[in-house]
Every structure is written in structure tokens, then in C-alpha cells.
Design a protein around this ligand. Structure first.
Ligand SMILES: Cc1ncc(COP(=O)(O)O)c(C=O)c1O
Length: 351
């Protein structure tokens, strides 16, 4: 069979894309002279202030190198001794971090069945039965991912209910926001939406993703003061996430948070996923749902899947069901989407 020309960009991951030129320019501008190291510089102070304004809550801001590290710093700052973290069976901290939270923090993760990758208040209530029993690890933190590892999004009401339930048992709530920008863009597209989804709903710590949204090596942990440990700075250093030349990380966030550029790029990625869905939804033997963010999780016949992957690489998601993931990025163009959709149609036409 003959495939059309492959798109210029892959649909495998938003991590496949490069850095946005605006972030490269921001780093270039920051590259002047000597300044205080380890966050004592003016750019880091500026980025911290912008984050505090964004959150509209008393938060500590810790810049980090990667998302796994952010999650470790956030969880380590919320946990007390003998406590566990409750998370979905799909959670990145559970399946995609090589056991780093367990290894570095010495804690137990308790994953719950969640076909849509969401934790619910019922999961928390069920786990709370261990509280006070000296033979059981004590559930101390609930970790949710927004947008989830299956491309679903929690509504503001769902997050509020999780926080209320968790807090009623003395547990704290962590939000893995590797794609919080895409969720924010999907649910309202403004700063008010971000606040309502996070600290406004009662979340205690956010891992705020930058890399998947066009930055490079730039992530941030936002910690509600008075709830998170005041040892978080030490936890970051011990987990090797303290950037010495922090100005380069911070400069990217100054660029992102100025005029909500971070929401603009995520919104574009989301729109490209919807364009792909619109181009393919009519195919009978393709099981595909309308995307909430920048990812699609279609189920397709194995032979079609294999032909397509040989043409243009993308990841399997649930091999047992021949489910894959297609993901768009800040730089995916309408032409890329149309070229990829043409390839999918060609693969199906061979059936
Ligand atoms: C939900 C989620 N959390 C965290 C991360 C961060 O991972 P990394 O340590 O590779 O930056 C990712 C990356 O794929 C992710 O999808």
C-alpha cells in the first residue's frame, strides 16, 4: 500500500517537540554577566512573584529540572513519617517513574482501580479505614493528575470534592500538573480557571509542568504555605533537583507567565487534537473519543495499527486492547494534522 508523505512532526508525545523560540530567547536574554546562584538572582525572584500572583494564595515556589523530580519534591513536602500516597493505577508516579518516589522518599504508593485514571472521594473513604491502625501504612497524601494519563480532566467540582474528603481525614492533596496548562485551556482558558482547579479547590501542592508545553528542563513546584513542610528546600537539594544557574529555568517561566503565554500554547495543542478527531471520527472501525486536551487514545485493528506505526511512530498505550496514544504539541500545525489523518485513512482503506 502507499502512504502519503509523513507529517513534519510526530504525534507520539508533546515531549518530542523542541523548545518554543520565545523560551530560547528568554534564556538568551538571561545569559548576561554574573548573578547570585541557586535562586538568589532577580529573574528567579520575578518568576516566583509571577507564580504567587497566578496562585493568589500564599505559596512557596521551587523550580526543578523535570516532572519526576517535581513530584518527589511536592510529595516529600507533604508527607509525614509512616504515610503513603494514594493515586490512580495509571498515575505517572506509579507506572512511569521507575519507582523513584518509593526509592527516594522511602514511601509506599497505594494505587486504586480507576479505568478513567481518576481518583474519587470513595477511594479516599475506603483507604481511610487504615487510619490509626499501627500495623497499616497511614494514607497521608492523595495524588491526582490533571490532565490525567488517559487524557481525561477532573472538573473543578471533582477536585473540590477530593480535597474536602481528603482534608476531612487529615490527608493532603497533590496535583501532578505536567499538563495543567492543557487542562486549564480546556476548562476555561484563563487564570481564574487555573486557580479554581488548584488552590481554590483546596489542592495543597502542584507540580506545574513547563517542558511539555514548550520549555526545556523547566518545571516548578508550588506549595501551600502552612501545609507543606518548611523543609522543602532541603528535600529539593537532597533529591538533586536544585538548579545552580536557576536564572535559566526562571527566565522561561517569566516568559510563560507574562500575558498567559503558557495557556496560549496549550490551547493550540488542544485545538490540534480536536482537529485530528474531527478528521477521523467518521471511521467506523476506529474507536475514538472526543479529546478533552491534547491527546487521543483510539483503539484500532492490530494490522492497521502496525502499518501506521511503521509509517509514523507513536506509542502503544494498552497493548491488550490495541489502544494507542496520539498526542499533539505546541508546534503541531494544521498541515501536520491533515497529513497524519491522511495516513490513518490510507491505513484503514487497506483493510
Ligand atoms: C503525568 C506526568 N507527570 C509527570 C511527568 C514528568 O516526567 P519527566 O520526569 O519525564 O519530566 C510526565 C511525563 O511524561 C507525565 O506525563
Amino acid at each position: 500500500m502507499s502512504f502519503p508523505p509523513a507529517p513534519a512532526r510526530f504525534f507520539a508525545s508533546d515531549n518530542f517537540s523542541g523548545a518554543h523560540p520565545r523560551y530560547l530567547s528568554a534564556v538568551e536574554r538571561a545569559n548576561s554577566g554574573h548573578v547570585m546562584a541557586y535562586g538568589g538572582d532577580e529573574i528567579t525572584k520575578q518568576a516566583t512573584k509571577l507564580f504567587q500572583e497566578l496562585c493568589d494564595t500564599d505559596v512557596d515556589v521551587l523550580f526543578t529540572f523535570n516532572g519526576t523530580g517535581s513530584n518527589i519534591v511536592a510529595l516529600g513536602s507533604l508527607l509525614r513519617s509512616a504515610e503513603s500516597v494514594l493515586c490512580s493505577e495509571w498515575a505517572h508516579i506509579h507506572v512511569d517513574e521507575t519507582g523513584a518516589p518509593e526509592h527516594i522518599l522511602g514511601i509506599k504508593l497505594q494505587d486504586v482501580d480507576s479505568p478513567d485514571a481518576k481518583v474519587t472521594p470513595a477511594h479516599i473513604i475506603s483507604a481511610s479505614s487504615a487510619l490509626g491502625n499501627v500495623h497499616h501504612v497511614q494514607p497521608g497524601v492523595v495524588s491526582i493528575t490533571q490532565a490525567t494519563e488517559l487524557g481525561t480532566v477532573y472538573s473543578i467540582e471533582e477536585i473540590r470534592a477530593i480535597c474536602e474528603t481528603a482534608h476531612s481525614y487529615g490527608m493532603r492533596v497533590h496535583l501532578d500538573g505536567a499538563r495543567i496548562a492543557n487542562a486549564t485551556a480546556s476548562l476555561g482558558g484563563d487564570v481564574a480557571t487555573f486557580r479554581a482547579l488548584t488552590f481554590g479547590a483546596g489542592v495543597d501542592a502542584v507540580s506545574f509542568g513547563g517542558t511539555k508545553n514548550g520549555m526545556f528542563g523547566a518545571e516548578a513546584v508550588l506549595l501551600r504555605r502552612g501545609v507543606a513542610s518548611d523543609r522543602s528546600g532541603f528535600i529539593r537539594k537532597q533529591s538533586t533537583q536544585l538548579p545552580s544557574k536557576m536564572r535559566y529555568t526562571a527566565a522561561q517561566f517569566v516568559e510563560a507567565l507574562t500575558n498567559n503565554f503558557w495557556i496560549e500554547t496549550a490551547s493550540h495543542a488542544n485545538k490540534m487534537a480536536m482537529r485530528l478527531y474531527d478528521a477521523l471520527a467518521h471511521i467506523d472501525s476506529l474507536q475514538i473519543s472526543s479529546p478533552a486536551v491534547n491527546s487521543l487514545y483510539p483503539i484500532l485493528p492490530v494490522a492497521v495499527k502496525e502499518r501506521l506505526q511503521a509509517w509514523n511512530f507513536f506509542w502503544d498505550w494498552d497493548v491488550s486492547r490495541s489502544q494507542v496514544r496520539w498526542m499533539t504539541s505546541w508546534d503541531t500545525s494544521p498541515e501536520d494534522v491533515d497529513a497524519f489523518a491522511a495516513g490513518v485513512l490510507a491505513a484503514f482503506s487497506e483493510q
